[in-house]
Design a protein around this ligand. Structure first.
Ligand code: SF4
Length: 457
């Protein structure tokens, strides 16, 4: 069982904007209920491109958010308390517990509510992987594909339709097809992405977008509005701008707004919630603006900020085939901080052009994502290095996911390219991942040795 560093619980309870985003993230089942009541259709998705869905009047939903775990009652209580008292009072109420608690027991319980639910999300993935394999997903497929397969089997019936985007990976392609074949989700649209940068490829991408719009209109009965698409893209560009502030301005600083472990967990929330913008874009932008503001305010307050000047900055990527969240807890004990900049690496934070043909601009944006993941591993590792340098990373942990014969084989190339570079060079450590919690002690030892090596250089 993953443990929670104590300062993480303490941080969470008085970090109002973080609590707010976390509650919205975990309120997925409530959102489905409301969507149904308002006769709105719900669309599943896996990659952070909810814009077409939102502009079409449907509700995007990243499927793990729809799981009602045993701790869902806590979220319901928090939702009612927030509706009744407002977010500020809820956060103050929680921090009041901190003041009356001299033993730390209440603090741990109150502060770890969100942490517990995040752990539960990890457990959801774990059980979904087992279900995926029981249902016939080959065991030597990667963790991420098996988990999603299991989750769609369990929760796909809550969706009216689904948008899958193919990337250069045969396992992911097979997983998308399997959702349709096994009828885990009604109306599964698989968007193909061209693997070359030609103008014909761009036209193909535009046709894929048009086909999805047509498909969506038939399901929702609503016409896609270009004006609404413009509004959605403007807001979503604001999200990207704010994410860049967090990753490239706040995260690399000596003073950070909370403990490194909390910061890691907050980032995993940002990565996951970016996929569907917690299903409500305007509110997501407001929350994110409040979050960035609160981060700056905390950094200005010696009592709340965390002096991380002696903490090594380690980026951990790729995380989407599966990753070990426990490393962030180890880092906390070992004077290091773990950052998850996957979306920055894949180019998701680049804005969509708002002038001219929006469908063309969006097609370019999707193809930019293909280049982010990389039309080849070489392209991908160059993106990792670029983001590593921009974030002033002291080291890179590269996840080698068991069963991945595609992106996760890029670590040799990453080391080679870094070795050939005569300017900056960032040390790389490869951590093999099969399931969460597997070989945890040996991961800890290797991680600690990696940090020692960086310090000795
Ligand atoms: S982790 Fe590897 S096998 Fe799994 S979806 Fe990603 S690229 Fe494909």
């Amino acid at each position: 069982m993953t443990h929670i560093p104590k300062n993480m619980a303490a941080d969470t309870i008085d970090f109002k904007a973080y609590l707010q985003m976390a509650i919205d993230f975990f309120a997925g089942p409530e959102l489905i209920r409301k969507a149904r009541k308002g006769m709105r259709k719900v669309c599943g998705l896996t990659f952070p491109f909810p814009d077409l869905i939102m502009a079409g009047g449907a509700v995007p939903a990243f499927i793990p958010r729809l799981n009602k775990g045993p701790k869902y009652n806590l979220i319901k209580t928090a939702l009612s308390a927030r509706n009744l008292l407002g977010m500020g009072t809820l956060a103050r109420g929680l921090s009041f517990l901190k003041q009356i608690d001299s033993t730390g027991t209440v603090l741990d319980i109150a502060g770890s509510v969100i942490n517990d639910i995040i752990l539960e999300l990890n457990e959801t993935y774990e059980s979904a992987v087992k279900e995926g394999v029981d249902l016939g997903m080959p065991n030597d497929h990667c963790y991420g594909a098996k988990a999603l397969f299991g989750l769609y089997k369990r929760l796909g019936n809550l969706l009216d339709f689904n948008l899958g985007i193919n990337i250069r990976c045969s396992v992911f392609f097979a997983y998308h097809e399997a959702l349709t074949i096994n009828r885990f989700v009604d109306n599964n649209f698989i968007m193909d992405m061209p693997y070359d940068p030609s103008s014909t490829a761009l036209e193909f991408m535009m046709e894929e977008i048009e086909s999805f719009i047509e498909f969506q209109e038939k399901i929702t009965g609503k016409r896609f509005s270009i004006e609404k698409f413009y509004d959605v893209l403007s807001l979503s560009n604001r999200v990207k701008e704010l994410m860049k502030v967090i990753y490239f301005e706040i995260a690399p600083g000596d003073m950070i707004p909370c403990s490194p472990a909390t910061f890691s967990e907050l980032q995993s929330l940002l990565v996951y919630s970016h996929i569907d913008y917690n299903s409500r874009l305007k509110r997501y932008v407001e929350n994110l603006e409040a979050l960035v503001q609160e981060m700056h305010d905390r950094i200005d307050q010696p009592r709340k900020r965390f002096d991380a000047s002696d903490h090594l900055k380690i980026i951990y990527t790729p995380m989407f085939g599966g990753f070990e969240p426990e490393i962030a807890s180890f880092a906390d004990e070992m004077n290091a901080r773990i950052y998850y900049p996957d979306w920055a690496i894949y180019g998701v934070y680049e804005p969509v052009k708002l002038k001219g043909n929006l469908i063309r601009n969006y097609a370019e944006h999707l193809m930019h994502f293909q280049h982010g993941i990389g039309l080849s591993n070489e392209e991908m590792v160059n993106n990792i290095i670029q983001v590593g340098e921009e974030m002033n990373a002291d080291g890179i942990i590269f996840t080698e996911v068991f069963g991945c014969r595609s992106m996760c084989t890029g670590h040799r190339l990453l080391r080679d390219i870094l070795r050939r570079k005569d300017t900056s060079t960032i040390p790389v450590n490869v951590i093999t991942f099969e399931n969460m919690g597997n070989s945890i002690e040996s991961i800890k030892t290797r991680f600690s040795a990696f940090l020692e090596m960086i310090r000795a250089e």
